[in-house]
Ligand binder design. Structure first.
Ligand SMILES: [Zn+2]
Ligand SMILES: [Zn+2]
Length: 281
């Protein structure tokens, strides 16, 4: 990449403020994060587009590398922050890399980073939008990337999981299939989401021994239909695998991709299930 990047820049605190208010799902014509307001008095200041989410970000600790207190970075240092908005579910990430630095900010000449845009490093795909920046201080030149990924669960998938009419039909289908089975009840939308979360969470724990579970589990069927068939496509897209037991032709488990949990640091990345390596045949 050519150096130095030219044009206006933003100090780190300003960029942080813009990061907090920028809504990639509702960017409008001007981009409050990646574009620059004119000097005060010389034009309209950029503002978040009307209807932008007032994000409530929470940090995904397991996917973040945050700076230890008072650590002075050197050329090998890199940090990353992974967050998700609790309202719009957008995944936002910030990565800082000091590979080009010999005397990083803050120092006597440059008390703050001042980041200029490196548009050549931008990425814009359906799965990911990324903005590139570099600090203008000649001995710092810290590289900064701000990345956004959309919600993992799409609106139609959310409807599949939370539509009470569908949950009622699943309940009735179980009763029809197994009229003598006790303890069946209609799942609420929250039940369905909580159970999906638990199955994913359990399957990603390397120490967890429940890699498989029967597809005729009551709580599973209440949420996802008889043997999970109503949500089969969604579950497989998330990485679960359906198998049939050799014993009595009883339907058996959804098998989670547990071996990949450690390597797949960004569990929430919009990664097509087809690209993942199955654990068991
Ligand atoms: Zn949001
Ligand atoms: Zn700097």
């Amino acid at each position: 990449m050519s150096y130095p990047p030219s044009g206006p820049g933003k100090t780190a605190p300003k960029l942080y403020q813009d990061f907090l208010v920028f809504d990639p799902l509702n960017a409008g014509k001007s981009n409050v994060l990646a574009d620059f307001s004119p000097p005060v008095g010389e034009g309209v200041q950029l503002a978040p587009a009307i209807g932008s989410c007032k994000h409530d970000y929470t940090t995904k600790q397991s996917q973040s590398i945050t700076p230890p207190l008072d650590l002075r970075p050197d050329g090998t240092t890199h940090y990353k922050l992974a967050t998700i908005c609790k309202k719009c579910r957008v995944h936002a990430g910030v990565r800082v890399n000091y590979a080009r630095s010999t005397n990083p900010c803050p120092n006597s000449e440059h008390p703050l980073h001042h980041f200029r845009r490196v548009r050549a490093e931008d990425v814009g795909t359906q799965e990911r939008v990324e903005f590139g920046w570099q600090c203008s201080a000649p001995q710092c030149r810290a590289s900064l990337r701000v990345t956004y990924r959309p919600s993992r669960i799409q609106p139609e998938q959310k409807d599949l999981l939370t539509n009470t009419e569908l949950l009622k039909r699943r309940y009735e289908a179980i009763l029809q299939q197994e009229p003598t089975r006790e303890g069946i009840r209609q799942a609420t939308p929250l039940d369905c989401l909580s159970r999906l979360r638990k199955y994913i969470k359990d399957s990603l724990k390397p120490e967890h021994d429940k890699r498989v579970f029967p597809a005729n589990n009551k709580r599973f069927m209440e949420a996802f239909g008889v043997h999970g068939h109503d949500c089969q496509e969604l579950l497989q897209w998330l990485g679960f695998k359906y198998a049939v037991s050799s014993q009595n032709n009883v339907l058996l488990p959804w098998i989670s991709l547990i071996e990949e949990a450690g390597a797949r640091a960004n569990v929430d990345a919009a990664k097509p299930a087809a690209s993942r390596r199955p654990v068991a045949g």
